[in-house]
Design a protein around this ligand. Structure first.
Ligand code: SF4
Length: 437
């Protein structure tokens, strides 16, 4: 029996990309994780559970049947090449080289390529394009921040180690007392577990984020606010919190999907950034999106370098074109334009609106996915990859856009290849078929 402890392991689950994991491996199997939260632990242990797909499959007469890698690749390439408007979706939970090959494949197919930001922080990207982003790294937050705001985000559940590693509880170079040196402000319609830890909790009415940003901006500038409350928050509380923010040595606003996916969407984020810009007349203040999937930030960077656009990129014209609301996945599915879908590192059937899924279920779907999911249940072709950060190396970008190298901890099941290798094989087959046409 051989046992080893792999140290400095990066957790490939959420955008926090904690890099202090220790994984105990016995006879090639993960038996224990240390330092990780429950979600991160589950990601490592799920690599060897019974829901793992280890063989390529093609649907025949309504049932998925095991096949060879070569046949599954050929079938996937045939589907994509036959399609007039293929959609390549997902990309958030894989490493940057796979994303790079995916963009090459999209260009070769004149396809639309879109990632999960389309249904999460896409509005944040649009807002950034409008007004810029006063940003920093999580290391700066850890060492300097004395005012921390979580707005429309519940890290206690969604990013369980965020507060302990980077923001609220950790001791920093200039914040030696940890929590005692920091003020935690939470703004959310729900009294979340994060809100319960806050020094100041502003429980606004759902959908009133934009108005509350306006009120805070007015209070920061010393302008009067009419009425007794804004969005359910008393004006006296708004003024108190604005005062705390103005006096910060280093303040940071972290915002989540409560802001990007509620009424106002990118206008909410734009107003949040403008509040941050206003605050910089009085204090050092920055703002950061709480990215969910571990490399969703990576996709927007890789796509940005290669096409000039961060998500929802349409190659149908022979060059990259970007217009969120037109070239984004749900819009394309709901207009019933797509005629084939490749899904990678994502499970849209669990997350998209019913109207998108019912249309998608009529199309040939190729799923590159290590586990049985609702998406693999409707797929015509399933290709099982290795899991980056567990069975394969790669680069991912943390929510503050710091690149981090993922470690390989164990060997993958025999026959499973990295996402990038599967995509390269599809690309090669597509080019071969195109040259014969
Ligand atoms: S907080 Fe996120 S990155 Fe850190 S261990 Fe938990 S799931 Fe993994």
């Amino acid at each position: 029996m051989s046992q080893e402890v792999v140290t400095d392991v990066v957790c490939p689950f959420c955008g926090s990309l904690c890099d202090d994991g220790e994984i105990v491996v016995e006879d090639g199997k993960i038996i224990e994780t240390r330092n990780l939260c429950t979600i991160g632990t589950t990601k490592f242990l799920s690599s060897q559970n019974g829901h793992r797909i280890t063989k390529p499959m093609i649907r025949e007469k309504g049932e998925l049947k095991e096949t060879t890698f070569e046949k599954a690749i050929k079938k996937a390439a045939e589907i994509l090449i036959k399609a007039e408007r293929p959609l390549l979706y997902g990309w958030a939970s894989t490493e940057c080289d796979a994303q790079r090959v995916g963009i090459e494949l999209a260009e070769e197919l004149n396809a639309v390529i879109d990632d999960t930001a389309s249904v999460c922080h896409g509005p944040s990207t649009i807002a950034k394009q409008e007004v810029g982003l006063p940003a920093c790294t999580l290391g700066q937050v850890k060492n300097r921040a004395d005012v921390i705001v979580y707005w429309g985000s519940n890290p206690a559940h969604a990013h369980p180690r965020h507060m302990a590693r980077y923001t609220t509880f950790i001791r920093g170079f200039f914040r030696e007392q940890g929590k005692q040196d920091r003020t935690l402000i939470v703004i959310d319609p729900r009294n979340t577990d994060t809100a319960k830890l806050a020094d100041h909790f502003l429980q606004l009415k759902p959908g009133y984020d934009y108005e509350l940003f306006d009120a805070l901006r007015a209070a920061v500038k010393g302008q009067p606010i009419r009425g007794e409350e804004v969005g359910g928050v008393p004006v006296s509380k708004i003024q108190e919190v604005a005062d705390i923010m103005k006096k910060a040595g280093f303040g940071v606003i972290f915002f989540g999907l409560g802001l990007t996916m509620s009424r106002g969407k990118h206008r909410n984020v734009e107003n949040a950034i403008k509040l941050t810009i206003d605050l910089n007349k009085y204090a050092k203040f920055v703002i950061m999106a709480m990215r969910g999937h571990y490399n969703v930030a990576g996709f927007s960077l890789v796509a940005g370098w290669q096409t000039g656009y961060p998500f929802g990129i349409d190659f149908q014209r022979g060059y990259p074109y970007y217009n969120p609301g037109e070239t984004t996945s749900n819009d394309i599915l709901q207009r019933e334009e797509a005629d084939a879908v490749l899904v990678i590192a994502s499970d849209p059937v669990s997350h998209f609106p019913a109207s998108s899924i019912s249309y998608m279920a009529k199309l040939p779907v190729i799923a590159i996915e290590p586990h049985v999911t609702p998406t693999t249940e409707i797929a015509s072709v399933v290709l099982p990859p290795t899991i980056a950060g567990v069975e394969d190396e790669g680069t991912a970008y943390r929510m503050d856009h710091v690149p981090i190298r993922l470690r390989k901890v164990i060997d993958p099941p025999p026959g499973c290849l990295p996402d990038r290798k599967i995509l390269e094989a599809i690309l090669e087959e597509v080019r071969k078929l195109k040259s014969k046409a």
